[in-house]
Ligand binder design. Structure first.
Ligand SMILES: *Cc1c(COP(=O)(O)O)cnc(C)c1O
Length: 224
């Protein structure tokens, strides 16, 4: 396991290697999964070390925490993965490069308005709820409609689907959830299927993930 490695740089390299091994084991191309480091409740120094080791994508759940931390990090692509409150859309549009958590029409509306026309379109993912333990995300049956709403907005660019696997689940339950996410992704289209976290990324890669979001397995246990 990666968690035994001594430094963050070593852990990052080991994780990249393990992901490639898993891709090869299921007949997929090496490098076809993007590793996103989930930085919530991780110190900026630790996140910076991973970026210097090659990590190109970082995610945060909370606007205030992201605002504090991003100014201390080397250049990196920034993903918002928290619940998108409409009154935070402006701040999210200013801080982040990608929004993975579009889960309802009001979020589409607020983010499109916040992005405006000055910059290029904001890449977004539709968050789909495939797990009984997850509070957020649209139900799979609504994903296509939500995707259409995104596609109608020139300020946004639909890139695919994000989902969370179930917590405390059997591998079979997790696999079923990821397969539902993959089926939804196939239906709405795009290039990015963002599924897989520290505890379930291997199952996600086998289900077709193109983007894993890893926190504790890369940066260590989160601060409380
Ligand atoms: C916290 C979080 C992760 C990463 O969780 P780990 O188990 O630490 O890898 C991934 N995605 C989302 C949406 C999260 O909130």
């Amino acid at each position: 396991m990666t968690s035994g490695a001594a430094t963050i740089a070593e852990r990052y390299a080991a994780l990249v290697h393990e992901i490639d091994d898993e891709l090869r084991a299921c007949g997929r191309a090496s490098g076809s999964v993007t590793l996103v480091g989930v930085a919530k409740r991780q110190p900026p120094a630790v996140v910076s070390e991973a970026i210097r080791a090659g990590l190109a994508d970082v995610a945060e759940n909370y606007v205030q925490e992201a605002k504090r931390k991003f100014s201390l990090l080397p250049p990196v692509r920034k993903h918002f993965i928290g619940h998108l409150q409409t009154n935070k859309a402006k701040a999210v549009a200013g801080l982040f490069d990608v929004v993975q958590s579009i889960d309802r029409p009001e979020a589409v509306e607020a983010l499109a308005r916040a992005v405006g026309t000055a910059s290029g379109p904001m890449p977004v993912l539709v968050q789909v709820n495939v797990s009984p333990t997850e509070r957020f995300g649209c139900v799979p049956a609504q994903a296509a409609r939500l995707a259409e709403l995104v596609r109608e907005r020139p300020q946004l660019r639909l890139e695919g689907v994000m989902a969370m696997g179930p917590l405390d689940a059997t591998p079979q339950e997790t696999q079923r959830a990821f397969e539902l996410a993959a089926k939804t992704f196939a239906r709405i289209g795009g290039s990015t299927l963002s599924i897989g976290m520290s505890g379930d990324w291997r199952l996600a890669v086998r289900a077709g993930s193109t983007m894993v979001r890893i926190g504790s397995a890369l940066f260590g246990a989160r601060q409380t």
